[in-house]
Design a protein around this ligand. Structure first.
Ligand code: FAD
Length: 373
């Protein structure tokens, strides 16, 4: 058998960044991936000349210049700016909440008029301590925006009534008193021209890296533990320990993707459906991430349905409430019993990471692993 320095479990951004950096330092790396393709949740695939984001819309954004330069090393990025719109029973609003939203909602035109309207609406909760998400949202933004743009979407996302959800889920609701529909406040933002998969392909291209897809770590866990001097594990930490302390909780998603024979289906990449009746939360029209690139008479759209997670489902979002975070801490402690395994990424560290954050986290692991500052 070939000798490797590392086994990396999972070919998402964390695993790929680690493998790339280790190979750069002359280490031999084996990467195994249980899906039949590399790149984890950032995987994109070309359909009708359109890069389709297979696991949900991914927009790269960061204010960290180092990470922006790093990722630009693997792909050229376009100037895409995330400006989702909300559809509430056929009424269209701009997101995030900004002067365009307030003008449509109340007819106000100046920042002072908008602020006065928000303050008037928030009066409903004056002097009261919010006890649930609904009260928290009203105390921050008032009832009109809560009812039309927050309530239905949030209830679908969590599968619970807003009055049963804890207030802390919404710590703040960003309000922008300018006519600016740019969702993110970050300095850098864009979509890789030609899709995300190429980034991971290039990261894993070294002769020192071997990649095998369709291989589940748990099929040969004990063998791998004996065979490899060091393992970088980016799967679920509770599954690694056979759920012995209990199950961590996740939210899952179901994606329904279809090709439609029109050039332009919804006029925007991301449309949020904020009413309670529509069962999906978002519709993504992929070609708009690349300004209409692809076949002229075809488009690809994906509807996103939030779902409860059960063992065997894709665990998309960790549910970071105090119970789950407490349980994760116990698993973290237990991980000290396997010093040759490093747990990384959104499933190994049980936290939501944006792409720039997961690259940063992987680079921190690299510098720890190789004792570099
Ligand atoms: P993953 O990409 O999940 O990679 C882990 C890999 O490990 C997977 O390929 C998995 O199959 C594999 N694996 C797991 N268990 C095993 C096993 N037992 N054996 C072998 N392989 C295994 N970030 C942004 O910056 N902008 C966005 O717009 C954005 N949108 C998102 C939308 C959605 C719906 C989701 C879910 C996430 C979004 N993200 C976004 C976050 C982004 O997807 C993550 O930052 C990134 O994918 C995390 O990389 P990772 O390597 O930790 O995990």
């Amino acid at each position: 058998m070939k000798l490797y320095d590392y086994l990396v479990v999972g070919s998402g951004l964390f695993g790929a960044t680690f493998a790339y950096e280790a190979a750069k330092r002359g280490k031999r790396v084996k990467v195994i991936e249980k899906r039949d393709h590399i790149a984890g949740n950032i995987y994109t695939k070309e359909v009708d000349g359109i890069q389709v984001h297979q696991y949900g819309a991914h927009i790269f954004h960061t204010s960290n210049k180092e990470i922006w330069d790093y990722v630009n090393h693997f792909a050229d990025f376009n100037r895409y700016t995330n400006s989702p719109i909300a559809n509430y029973n056929g009424e269209i609003y701009n997101m995030p909440f900004n002067m365009n939203t307030f003008n449509k909602m109340w007819g106000v035109q100046t920042p002072a008029e908008a602020q006065a309207k928000i303050d008037e609406q928030r009066q409903e909760m004056a002097g009261k301590e919010p006890t649930n998400l609904e009260e928290q949202a009203i105390s921050l933004i008032g009832r009109d925006i809560y009812e039309k743009l927050v309530k239905g979407y949030t209830e679908k996302q969590w599968g619970q009534k807003a009055t049963d959800l804890p207030a802390f889920i919404i710590r703040r609701l960003p309000v922008r008193l300018t006519y600016d529909n740019n969702y993110f406040n970050d300095t850098y933002q864009g979509i890789p021209i030609g899709g995300y998969t190429q980034i991971v392909e290039k990261m894993l291209a070294s002769d020192l890296i071997d990649v095998e897809t369709g291989v589940d770590f748990f099929d040969k866990k004990n063998e791998y533990l004996k065979q490899y001097p060091k393992i970088i594990f980016t799967g679920m930490i509770d599954q690694f320990f056979d759920y012995q302390l209990g199950e961590l909780e996740y939210r899952s998603l179901r994606f329904e993707t279809e090709e439609i024979n029109v050039d332009n289906y919804q006029g925007n990449a991301v449309v949020n459906y904020t009413d309670a009746k529509t069962p999906f939360t978002r519709v993504i029209e992929h070609k708009h991430f690349e300004f209409g690139k692809g076949d002229k008479d075809k488009t690809v759209v994906t509807k996103e349905y939030p779902q409860a997670w059960h063992r065997g489902d894709e665990p998309y979002y960790p549910v970071n409430n105090s119970i789950n975070n407490g349980l994760y801490k116990k698993y973290q402690k237990l991980s000290e019993s396997v010093p040759n395994v490093v747990f990384g990424g959104r499933l190994g560290q049980y936290r939501y990471y944006d792409m720039h954050q997961v690259i940063h986290a992987a680079l921190v692991t690299v510098s720890q692993e190789f004792n570099e500052k």
